[in-house]
Write a protein that binds this ligand. Structure first.
Ligand SMILES: Nc1ncnc2c1ncn2[C@@H]1O[C@H](COP(=O)(O)OP(=O)(O)OP(=O)(O)O)[C@@H](O)[C@H]1O
Ligand SMILES: [Mg+2]
Length: 279
């Protein structure tokens, strides 16, 4: 069941735990959208990218933001192009043809996702307004839209949908009900180590072990922004670079803390515990 997914993800250097693999497996088998929530940098967006590659589908991404409305997500008419067509027809004395034809339609991610077999990533849905979420609910339930001038367009193949949220606000129950929900937690040390090995080849064994132990310890402290996997990878790369240039271990780790922590207060807290963390 999930072994095959796990292997294909690992080939893309994405190491997922059993919980996430099962969620993906079920979402694919049941044809349900998958909502992924979790702290920044735990691999929500990356999962959609990897899924698209392993399913041999195009990745179509809708990045959400405050004020995003249905038109920006679906389609817009290319008014300048329509105007140009009118002008040139008038100049040449030709009749103006159909101005609401496909040639003047600018596809936005959701329309494109109906016309192409794809993985549709609706990224950071919590940033969009709740009206947009309501609209999305409709879109996700029938995978079709009606363009007044063109008629109804149904999906050539239902897209595989991944929604992500950083939980800056709660998502509507109605949306969650339609989807499969999975919380991506920080990885356990063993998996994080495997991720470091896959993503930062050439880092010495001992260095990787102490780095992963330090990250686990750092996350247990009360920080404003606990580091995600992305930050661990960056930190490992920086520490590898500095040791390559001759900085002794663990000084290299301490010097490159700026890649792990992004708040001055957090750095202070970590430095207070430097010894216990092996830094
Ligand atoms: N399970 C994993 N295996 C391998 N690499 C991972 C994994 N999870 C995350 N990463 C690495 O961390 C990086 C950041 O992950 P990603 O951008 O998906 O985080 P995110 O959860 O979407 O964060 P944000 O909420 O800030 O958007 C990825 O590009 C990838 O290099
Ligand atoms: Mg993301």
């Amino acid at each position: 069941m999930t072994e095959d997914l796990q292997r294909r993800f690992a080939e893309e250097r994405y190491l997922a735990d059993e919980g996430l693999l099962t969620a993906v497996h079920l979402a694919l088998s049941l044809g349900r959208p998958l909502i992924l929530e979790g702290e920044p940098g735990v691999g929500k967006t990356e999962l959609a990218k990897v899924l698209a590659r392993t399913q041999n589908r195009e990745l179509i991404r809708l990045q959400c933001y405050e004020g995003l409305d249905a038109a920006q997500a679906l389609y817009e008419w290319d008014h300048p192009k329509q105007l140009l067509a009118i002008r040139s027809c008038e100049a040449e004395g030709r009749p103006v043809g159909d101005l609401y034809a496909d040639a003047y339609l600018m596809e936005r991610p959701l329309l494109r996702a109906l016309r192409t077999p794809c993985v549709l990533l609706i990224d950071e849905i919590d940033r969009a307004d709740s009206e947009f979420e309501a609209f999305l609910l409709e879109f996700l339930s029938d995978f079709q839209i009606t363009i007044p001038e063109l008629g109804t367009i149904a999906a050539v193949e239902p897209p595989i949908v991944v929604l992500t949220s950083n939980r800056t606000r709660e998502l509507h129950d109605a949306l969650k009900r339609r989807c499969l929900y999975h919380w991506i937690a920080f990885p356990e040390a063993e998996r994080e180590r495997a991720i470091i090995d896959a993503r930062v080849p050439g880092l010495a064994d001992e260095a990787a072990a102490s780095l992963v132990a330090a990250v686990t310890g750092v996350r247990a402290l009360k920080l404003i922004k606990p580091p995600g996997i992305a930050e661990t990878i960056d930190w490992a790369q920086a520490a590898k670079l500095l040791t390559g240039e001759g900085a002794p271990w663990p000084l290299a780790l301490r010097r490159s803390l700026g890649l792990l922590l992004k708040e001055a207060e957090d750095t202070d807290v970590v430095l207070e515990h430097a010894e216990a963390l092996g830094l």
